[in-house]
Design a protein around this ligand. Structure first.
Ligand code: SAM
Length: 291
């Protein structure tokens, strides 16, 4: 295999999971990892997409666990810890709402494939010029675009997403697509040992790679087979990774604050002014500044 991309069960109580603790998560990864390392070609890559476990509002970052297990294989070298950020999720009350997960990218050895030119994104400032030195005044950016960096904003697969299937935890095809283009070549083999609905397979097929997927739940295998067959016939339904995230126009109804939002803002402003004048009064009594 040239490339392994996967998102294992997080052990957070999904229908396909047997246990809900970190120990079970460690066991799943430790069980498959020796075989994954064995089948990975020297110079090949392995990418693990994971999030968090949360218990009684305490967070456990699963990439820490994955990383600590990987350390048992010194030939695997961490190249990037990619932040995958997205706009939708639970609105939390007792901590900041979670809007990212992690991708750990490892290579087997130091002589590895990285096709930066195939994943460049448009320059933010294409008109930027060198401001000193021999090239002063010349355009400084790469016309093919810039490195996409290690922070990727890709919408997550929620109800209205074009890729949504009955699988509860799909990652977007675009996430695997960028990894596949950067870390493998046409006709290379790509493996997903926790295939789910086959998102990695779709990304492999649309990029003319060969794919192997492993999945224990038959209904998900059936979904994956359909999606992969569609991709083979040029009918894959997916959101391109480079499509900018859509923001609603000011004229759309969702952009307009309803009346009760304005009232709530006014109440907040009055409360804030009350707090300030109270502080001013205290300061005048004690002789200090308290604002
Ligand atoms: C987080 S989901 C992967 C979702 C996938 N990336 C997608 O986009 O659809 C993890 C998957 O691993 C499967 N799974 C659980 N234990 C497994 C095992 N021992 N071997 C293979 N797959 C397993 C689950 O059924 C689940 O579909």
């Amino acid at each position: 295999m040239q490339l392994i991309i996967t998102s294992p069960p997080y052990c957070i109580g999904q229908e396909y999971e047997k246990g809900i603790d970190l120990k079970y998560f460690q066991e799943i990864i430790s069980e498959v990892l020796p075989d994954l390392v064995r089948v990975l070609k020297p110079g090949g890559s392995m990418a693990w997409q994971v999030g968090y476990q949360a218990k009684k509002n305490e967070l456990f970052p699963l990439d820490y666990t994955v990383y600590s297990i990987m350390l048992q294989f010194p030939q695997l070298k961490l190249r990037n810890r990619i932040i995958w950020t997205f706009g939708h999720g639970h609105h939390l009350k007792r901590r900041f709402s979670g809007r990212h997960e992690i991708i750990l990218w490892f290579t087997k050895g130091d002589d590895y494939t990285f096709n930066l030119d195939s994943v460049r994104v448009p320059q933010k400032y294409p008109g930027k010029k060198h401001y000193k030195g021999a090239k002063k005044g010349q355009f400084s950016g790469n016309p093919g675009g810039k490195n996409p960096s290690d922070v990727w904003e890709i919408p997550n697969v929620k109800a209205a997403h074009i890729e949504k299937t009955a699988h509860p935890c799909q990652f977007p095809v675009g996430l695997a697509d960028r990894l596949i283009r950067a870390l493998s070549a046409t006709n290379d083999w790509v493996l997903d040992p926790f295939m789910g609905s086959g998102s990695t397979g779709v990304a492999a097929l649309i990029n003319q790679r060969r794919f192997v997927g492993i999945e224990t739940h038959k209904p998900y295998v059936d979904i994956a087979k359909c999606r992969i067959a569609d991709a083979m016939h040029g009918k894959a339904r997916y959101r391109a990774v480079d499509l900018p995230v859509r923001l609603p126009k000011p004229s759309e109804s969702v952009s307009k604050a309803p009346d009760h939002f304005a009232r709530a803002q006014r109440v907040k402003a009055v409360e804030e002014e009350g707090r300030r004048s109270c502080n001013r009064f205290k300061a005048s009594v004690t002789g200090g500044t308290n604002d």
